[in-house]
Design a protein around this ligand. Sequence first.
Ligand SMILES: [Zn+2]
Length: 265
Amino acid sequence: MTDASFDEVEIRRPDLRQPFPRRFRIRLTGQTVVALSRRAKYLLATLSSSETLLIHLGMSGSFRIDVPVEGGVGSTTGQPAPVDRHDHVVFHMSSGATIAYNDPRRFGLMNLLSRAALANHPALSRLGPEPLSPSFDALALARACKGKKTSLKAALLDQRVVAGLGNIYVSEALHRAGLSPRRRASTIVTPGGTPRASAHRLTSAITQVLTEAVARTLDSASYRSSRFRVYDREGKPCRRARCGGVIKRQTQAGRSTFYCPVCQD
Ligand SMILES: [Zn+2]
């Protein structure tokens, strides 16, 4: 999509989760995509107009890309790819590719933001570091948890502390780090703001858990056989060697937390 421009934009309904922005089609047509990036659960396409196309896939959104082949688009028959009834937006790119946004439940959203609006976006401007970026380290995590009286579990689910971590991987990372989800977030940092050993363990555990999860999604065979250490394993034996604990489930802030009461403290 980068370096291609929007030849034509078809908008097949007035809204997704919210209405499309004013003059959406006109503001996109002719613009070149100069950069594509992601921040937490948002996709960002920076346009030559200096506006940014902000996209959230919601619960069921996805993109389908049909690239031109000899004699036509999207198929060897030379016929244009068929339009699904849940294709709500279709981008026709200068490269010949057609990009359809499909979203049966329509919880997704698309917006066009100026640089200033993007910088002040309520969800984006307060996001913590991306967990797989160099800006995420024990010091950053310790600073974000300093003085926090909430549980470590709740702190890690807070997108202002670290962006994009969900319930499953928070549980898995805490088990790997040997830290109880119920301990206070502030216990991983000294009063002076220095990360304790626990903050270093937790940072590495988060990085490892996510790196392994990404690798698994690229290898469907191991994805199917992947085994969580604690998630969804209530009543089952802890997988840490020689631990002997039994996984417990507890509800914290409306979310299920799984942990081993023996090796996580
Ligand atoms: Zn254990």
